[in-house]
Design a protein around this ligand. Sequence first.
Ligand SMILES: [Zn+2]
Length: 44
Amino acid sequence: MVSTTERDGTTWYECERCGMLFDDRGDADRHEANCDAEEPTYIQ
Ligand SMILES: [Zn+2]
């Protein structure tokens, strides 16, 4: 599920699986649907 985060006055959409941030809700939803990460990982 995508969560929202406020940063510098902008709303970001965060993938709860890997922690990646998106400025577009659709991008975040699409990413998360294909995200296989099971814990926060920024570099693989
Ligand atoms: Zn992800």
